[in-house]
Design a protein around this ligand. Structure first.
Ligand SMILES: Nc1ccn([C@@H]2O[C@H](COP(=O)(O)OP(=O)(O)OP(=O)(O)O)[C@@H](O)[C@H]2O)c(=O)n1
Ligand SMILES: C[C@](O)(CO)[C@H](O)COP(=O)(O)O
Length: 509
């Protein structure tokens, strides 16, 4: 079943009173229309985007839409919003009735992916879905300057877009509407409500940021919103990445290098002098970490000569050959896709993406991010994912490609945390992953505030805080500072240390 988003930009913005349609006004240096297209182009659940543009401005809209690969159609709108919707429905002639269509006002540039998620989720069970926010004002019906009625405010919602429909339903409603001389409704749900009264319209929660730029003051507000770093919900529906802090993430599975498996818990048995070992970034290592109590697995991903993604921390093989000069089959390394297939569905994975020198010059389609995006897009259906990287450009690329997947900036050993947290927040990411040596325990630094303070600032910036490679003896300090997750080499040791601490409460946010 395909999902098509229709961006309605057919209006001329009379209430704005500008010299051009308001969707062409720039906020944050870009036209309002570009934001609206981008929101749907970047959404995992949207397959295609159609743009309906005001007469006389179609060429301008084509330029604005050009960078967005999901845009498959651009057409001229009509004199009314309804006529513009009809233009889009006409372009969808021949599509199956169960196609999902989302109509969105181009004048709402800041719709966030969580709102789109909620509409798409509701469309599974309902044929028509609206987005509503509660009214802060008391709303009254007025006639001839006198109050006619005062509906209870709790029963009222202000509608936003997108409004979602099964194509067959909205098509039918418009067929009836076009045969009716009554004035059209101001939105598409209004048409369904009037002409198909038996179709329930599900209302899901919108967002105050999803304002409709209508009057000049709205442009001032939109400028402010455009200046804020974009903060997407960490996961669809807005949950946290890590639910039970601190989560224990197995580093490269059970730890870096070849890791001895813990002895089997046989009562009275002596320790095995020659324990079995598992190699990093392999399925046995990951399964052992899960057995030992890790709730997430961290893996390293890099690319090969034949554009495959394999699990490897370094750009080289143990013998020194570069992976970018070696075919995946010759590397002997597990491929990312195979690992995902072998790991039980639902096991959360932190994918540490290792970009390489050649990403600076190779064709965009060969770069690590471009190879990775489709694999992760599919995998996000099967398990929670977090993508982390030392390379901010990779994270920015994936931010557009994988809107439902949380992203975290990694910083290197003894990297100043004040730069790291500010960078992750400024990039609009959801997490910061810092090395234990940056946290001030083993290497005190008078320029560093206490970890608890830094974690608190990160939380206020909507970032979850991950520390990598803390030794088990320091785990209590990380837990006390409210760190959200620990990427650890000694899974049984850290799990044991946390258990010994009892239920460690992270400071409330
Ligand atoms: N003939 C129309 C009228 C409106 N719209 C779109 O519907 C959305 C909501 O409409 P509104 O805010 O009313 O936009 P305008 O019609 O441009 O504004 P005004 O009513 O002030 O003229 C906008 O994105 C607008 O471009 C449309 O596609 N075709
Ligand atoms: C669809 C809408 O944005 C919901 O709030 C609104 O009804 C559009 O109305 P307008 O008069 O075209 O602004």
């Amino acid at each position: 079943m395909r999902t098509v988003a229709v961006i309605l930009a057919g209006g001329t913005g009379q209430r704005m009173g500008a010299s051009r349609p308001k969707q062409l006004i720039e906020v944050g240096g870009r036209p309002i229309l570009a934001y609206a297209i981008e929101a749907f182009n970047g959404h995992l659940g949207v397959d295609e985007v159609l743009v309906v543009m005001a007469a006389g401005h179609v060429r301008t809209a084509a330029t604005i839409a050009a960078p967005f690969h999901k845009v498959t159609g651009l057409m001229e709108g009509g004199d009314t919003r309804t006529a513009s919707t009809v233009a889009a429905l006409t372009a969808l002639t021949g599509r199956s009735d169960d196609t999902r269509v989302l109509f969105h006002d181009a004048a709402r540039p800041f719709v966030d992916p969580g709102v789109i998620d909620r509409v798409l989720e509701a469309l599974v069970a309902y044929e028509a879905v609206a987005v509503g926010v509660p009214s802060a004002d008391t709303i009254v019906a007025v006639e001839d300057g006198l109050v006619l009625s005062m509906p209870p405010r709790e029963s009222l919602a202000r509608f936003q877009t997108p409004q979602g429909f099964r194509l067959g339903t909205i098509r039918k409603a418009y067929e009836l509407a076009l045969a009716d001389p009554l004035p059209a409704a101001t939105d598409d749900c209004g048409i369904v409500h009037r002409y198909l009264p038996d179709v329930p319209i599900r209302v899901v929660t919108g967002s105050e940021r999803n304002l409709k730029v209508t009057h000049p003051l709205d442009v001032v507000i939109a400028e402010h919103l455009a200046a804020e770093p974009e903060r997407r919900p960490r996961l669809p529906g807005g949950q946290m990445i890590f639910e039970n802090a601190p989560a224990v993430i197995g580093h490269r599975g059970s730890g870096s290098g070849d890791v001895p498996l813990p002895p089997l818990p046989v009562a009275g048995a002596a320790g095995n002098p020659d324990p079995e070992t598992v190699a990093e970034n392999t399925i046995p290592s990951m399964l052992a970490a899960l057995d030992a109590g890790a709730s997430w697995i961290e893996i390293d991903v890099t690319r090969t000569a034949d554009d495959e993604l394999v699990l490897r921390h370094d750009p080289t093989l143990p013998g020194g050959a570069f992976l970018i000069d070696t075919a995946a089959a010759d590397s002997g390394l597990p491929r990312l896709a195979e690992v995902f297939d072998a790991l039980p569905a639902g096991v959360p994975v932190d994918v540490d993406v290792k970009t390489i020198l050649e990403d600076a010059v190779d064709a965009p389609s060969r770069r690590t991010g471009a190879l990775l995006a489709p694999v992760l897009r599919r995998e996000a259906e099967r398990r929670p994912l977090l993508v982390t990287s030392f390379d901010p450009s990779l994270l920015l690329y994936l931010r557009d490609e994988l809107p439902g997947v949380p992203l975290g900036l990694l910083t290197w050993l003894r990297f100043p945390l004040w730069h790291g947290v500010a960078a992750a927040a400024g990039l609009g990411l959801q997490a910061i992953g810092v090395h234990t040596e940056s946290c001030g325990f083993g290497h005190p630094d008078t320029r560093l505030r206490p970890l608890e303070h830094i974690v608190d600032v990160a939380h206020k910036a909507d970032l979850e805080f991950i520390a990598w490679c803390p030794p088990p003896q320091d785990v209590h300090a990380y837990a006390a500072a409210g760190v959200d997750a620990l990427v650890v080499n000694d899974v049984p040791g850290v799990v044991g240390a946390l258990e010994a601490l009892g239920a460690v409460e992270s400071p409330s946010r």
